[in-house]
Design a binder for this molecule. Sequence first.
Ligand code: FAD
Length: 495
Amino acid sequence: MATVAVIGGGLAGLAAGCALADRGYRVTILESRPRLGGRASSFEDRESGELIDNCQHVAMGCCTNYLHFCRVLGIDGFLERQRELHFVDRSGTISRFRPSRWLPSPLHLAGPLVSLKYLTFQDKKSISEAMRRLVALSRTTREHVVSEKFLQEFDITEEDLDAKRATWNDRLTFQEFLESCGQSEHVIRTFWHVVLVSALSESLDNISFKQGAQVFIDGFLRNRHGWEVHIPTVPLEEFYGESLERWFSDRGGIIQTNAGVESLALSERGKIRSIQLRDGREIEADHVIVSVPWHRVLDLLPSELQLKYQPLSEIPAAPISSVHLWLDREITDLPHAVFVDHLSQWMFNRTRLDQHLKNKKSFYYQIVISASGNLKTMTQQEIIERVLGDLRSVFPAVAEAELLNSRVVTEHKAVFSPRPGIESARPSQSTPIENLHLAGDWTETGWPATMEGAVRSGYLAAESVLKQEGVDETVLQPDLVTGKLVRWMYQLETT
Ligand SMILES: Cc1cc2nc3c(=O)[nH]c(=O)nc-3n(C[C@H](O)[C@H](O)[C@H](O)COP(=O)(O)OP(=O)(O)OC[C@H]3O[C@@H](n4cnc5c(N)ncnc54)[C@H](O)[C@@H]3O)c2cc1C
């Protein structure tokens, strides 16, 4: 069987490596850091010496490839599925968002939408109406099917249509879409912003309509399990640690950490001949998959490919911050909370979620703030004070609690920004060099920068290798099935 070298041990590289090792290929993963997981990993806190996650990572039920990857590797037992979400508003009221487990999609959402206490009846009506328009517009941009009724609704003539399509696909921001639907400032701030900013890590005026619409269609409308949130019950170090490595080595795979790659050398026949490591070693493989972050790719590629992949250097990044707090008492028995209209966006009660932490003397909470560019002007202390204030406004026990330890972690290049126009800069997993393949959440997957996007890219890179080896096999997993009722109501097809 052919040999494959995967550069980068993040989720994309792991997914590609595992898919190929499972099919008998001899795979070596080269990771520059001391541990696997890439942007979804733990690091050692210098002060306490403890391993903490760079940030809480969660997956939704619609992440079919990521969940498949976890199942195949036997690490899905480390995920806890949330059956309800807890939204807390500025008054401190908790609304339980509990979609029906029996009603078909989209009726499963009716009850939970009604239960959001901070929205009026009128607000909810306008959200439902915008959701309907969102699907209609999205169908048009994706499938190019347009009815007479659609043209009338959006006041478009047949002649305008092609120009409009190009604009929607490439230029329309989610904010512009919401404004075109007459969504009020309150509804935008307390509903659309809450869902999208934490899903895509950008402000609504920097999110393309296409990416935003996908979150609502795949995450909420398509299937009644799409919205479910899966949260790891162990630190990421353990999640992508020992048992994954064992699974991989049982299939003949080799993982080399602290193995940073310097460059790739081309043979005279125009194929990748060898991989130069920073420590001076040289490795050969029949295929090479480059799965480093998008802003590192050009450093590795041979000069012949620099021009083609130059657009990658123009993809902007978006930051995510996490605030880690250790308190002397439990402030809530909720496993998580979604903050509406606060600086804090999500609170994860790690002591409740993580078995290992149950008997510790301190209580560990992680607060996530996506699209956190606005924190730049604040000191760590100010951020911690603001977050404690958010928690205090909802959980009265915080007022009495002692803060034992705290830490703010900001990943400045957490994800690529899902702006309009970005799709054309995302390359395919196959390259003009036949034994060179790309993987990474930034490659062409149709998904935003998520663990699902990373695993999809890895599976597609594996397909690219298989194709070169003369094997026509689909590794990519299907999306959740589109419910019958939602298909009929919205003419939404399975992708
Ligand atoms: C703070 C934060 C919170 C997030 N929250 C979520 C979430 O809740 N849900 C979700 O789905 N997604 C979330 N994401 C996004 C998710 O983590 C990423 O989309 C995904 O992990 C990307 O995987 P990847 O393999 O494409 O890239 P990476 O994880 O970046 O992996 C690339 C790997 O390549 C290695 N590397 C780089 N250069 C070299 C070299 N020269 N030689 C060898 N190795 C090299 C890096 O060390 C790294 O391990 C979050 C990201 C961040 C940063």
